[in-house]
Design a protein around this ligand. Structure first.
Ligand code: RNT
Ligand code: ZN
Length: 409
C-alpha cells in the first residue's frame, strides 16, 4: 500500500523550493470543471434510435465488445466511469441522448422535458451539464449540408434544432446553477474542388444569426461554435472553418469559439492560439482530442500538446475564461476505460500545469535569462508529480494509480 500522506509531505517540500504551493494547486485542480463527452461510451449512438448510423464524416473505428445495448446499460456504464473520475465534472450531452419515452420526437421538436432525467441524474451525481445539438446522423443531413444548405427547408429544420438546443442548455444551467455550454458543430462541406465558397458561408452566418437571435442569460447558457479544417467527405471545403468562426465570434459577439485539438493542419496546435483570444477578453471552449495522423479522435494522453494547452490556461490565469471539454471516441478499446483514461489525463495535465514554477519561469524570461528559463523548464520534468496526483485522488475518494486493477481490464 502506498503511503500517500508521507509521500505528499515529501513532494510538498520539494515543490515549495520552487515557490509552488501544492495544496493550492490541488484545490484549484479539484474545483476546475472538466466536461466529459458522453459519446465515448457508446460510439455516439445515443437513445434516439438504436440503429443509429453515425454521419457527418466522423467515425468511431473498432469493435471492442461491451458497447451498451440500451439506455439502462449505458447509464450503468456511465456510473462506473464517473466513479473513477476525480474532480469537478461536467457531462457533455448530445441531442440524440434524449429520452422521449418511446414517442417519435424529431430534432426540431426537442424540449427540456426530453432531458429532464439527465437533470435528475446530474443532481444525484453532483455533476453539471453541457449540451450539443446533433446536426448529423439524420436524413435531413444526408446531403452533407445543414445550416449552410441551399435548401431553405433543410436550413429551417436545423435552425429550429439549434434554437431548441439553446433552450435545453438554459434549462440545464438554471436547474444546476452552472452555465451550460451549448456547442454547435455542423458537418457542412464538399469533398472536392468547390467553386462557390462564399455562398454557403453567407448562409451559415445568416442561420447562426437566427439561432442566436433570442438572447439568453449567460448565467444559464453560453453558445460555442466549433470550427474544422476537413472531415471525411468534406476534404476540400468546410463551411465552418477556423477563420469563419473566428470572425463570426468577433463581429457578432453572441457566442464563443470552440477549438478542437484535432481540427487543424497536422503541425498546427491550439495551445498556441489560446492567448490570441484571451488578449481580446474572449472566452473559449476547447475540445481536447488526439489527432493521430488525421482528426482521428484518439483518447487523449498526457502528451506535450495536452500539457501545453493546460499551461497556457494556467499561466494566463484563464481558468474562468477557457472551458475545458473532451472530444474523443475510440471503439477499439473498452469504452468505459477510454472515458476514464481521457478524463483522468485531462485533470492530470491540469494539475501538472498548476504545479509549474510559473513565477520563477516568468522572472527568468522577463530578465532575459533564457538559459535559466530552459534549465528550469527541464528541471521541472523530474519533480514528483505523481505523489501530488495520488493525494488529489485520495481527497476525491477515487482510486489513484491502483484503478488499473479495476475489472474493466
Ligand atoms: C466533429 C466535432 C464534434 C463532434 C462531436 C461528437 O469533428 O469534433 O465536436 O466530435 O460533436
Ligand atoms: Zn469536437
Amino acid at each position: 500500500m502506498k503511503n500517500i500522506a508521507k509521500n505528499y509531505e515529501i513532494a510538498k517540500e520539494i515543490y515549495a523550493e520552487y515557490g509552488v504551493d501544492t495544496d493550492k494547486a490541488i484545490e484549484i485542480a479539484r474545483r476546475t470543471p472538466i466536461s466529459i463527452n458522453c459519446w465515448q461510451l457508446d460510439d455516439l449512438t445515443g437513445f434516439e434510435n438504436p440503429d443509429m448510423k453515425l454521419s457527418g464524416g466522423i467515425e468511431a473505428t473498432g469493435n471492442a465488445p461491451g458497447k451498451p445495448k440500451n439506455k439502462d446499460e449505458y447509464m450503468k456504464h456511465l456510473d462506473t466511469a464517473l466513479s473513477l473520475i476525480p474532480g469537478n465534472t461536467k457531462l457533455a450531452l448530445h441531442a440524440v441522448y434524449s429520452d422521449t419515452k418511446g414517442e417519435k420526437v424529431d430534432r426540431n421538436q426537442l424540449e427540456p422535458k426530453h432531458f429532464a432525467f439527465w437533470v435528475d441524474y446530474a443532481k444525484d451525481k453532483k455533476i453539471t451539464l453541457d449540451f450539443n445539438p446533433t446536426y448529423f446522423s439524420h436524413e435531413k443531413a444526408d446531403s452533407g449540408f445543414t445550416l449552410a444548405s441551399k435548401d431553405k427547408e433543410i436550413r429551417d429544420f436545423w435552425i429550429e434544432h439549434g434554437k431548441r438546443s439553446r433552450i435545453i442548455g438554459a434549462y440545464f444551467g438554471k436547474e444546476l446553477g452552472v452555465p451550460c455550454i451549448t456547442n454547435h458543430w455542423i458537418p457542412d462541406g464538399y469533398k472536392d474542388t468547390t467553386i462557390d465558397k462564399l455562398g454557403p458561408r453567407e448562409r451559415l452566418a445568416e442561420s447562426l444569426d437566427e439561432i442566436f437571435s433570442e438572447p439568453i442569460d449567460p448565467k444559464y447558457n453560453i453558445d460555442s461554435v466549433e470550427s474544422k479544417l476537413f472531415g471525411i467527405g468534406s476534404e476540400s471545403y468546410v463551411v465552418g472553418s477556423h477563420e469563419f468562426y473566428t470572425n463570426y465570434v468577433a463581429y457578432r459577439n453572441n457566442c464563443i469559439l470552440c477549438m478542437d485539438a484535432g481540427h487543424y493542419h497536422p503541425t498546427e496546435v491550439i495551445s498556441s492560439k489560446i492567448s490570441s483570444y484571451l488578449a481580446f477578453g474572449k472566452e473559449l471552449m476547447l475540445h481536447l482530442s488526439r489527432p493521430v495522423r488525421w482528426d482521428s479522435d484518439h483518447v487523449i494522453v498526457v502528451d506535450d500538446e495536452l500539457k501545453a494547452i493546460m499551461e497556457e490556461i494556467v499561466r494566463n490565469n484563464a481558468l474562468d475564461k477557457v472551458h475545458i471539454g473532451l472530444d474523443f471516441f475510440d471503439a477499439s478499446i473498452n469504452r468505459i476505460a477510454a472515458t476514464v483514461i481521457g478524463a483522468r489525463n485531462a485533470r492530470k495535465a491540469l494539475l501538472m500545469a498548476l504545479l509549474e514554477p510559473t513565477r520563477m519561469l516568468k522572472d527568468a524570461e522577463y530578465a532575459d535569462n533564457f538559459t535559466k528559463r530552459l534549465a528550469l523548464l527541464e528541471e521541472t520534468k523530474t519533480l514528483p508529480f505523481g505523489l501530488v496526483w495520488d493525494k488529489l485522488c485520495e481527497m476525491e475518494n477515487v482510486c489513484g494509480s491502483e484503478w488499473i486493477n479495476n475489472d474493466l481490464f
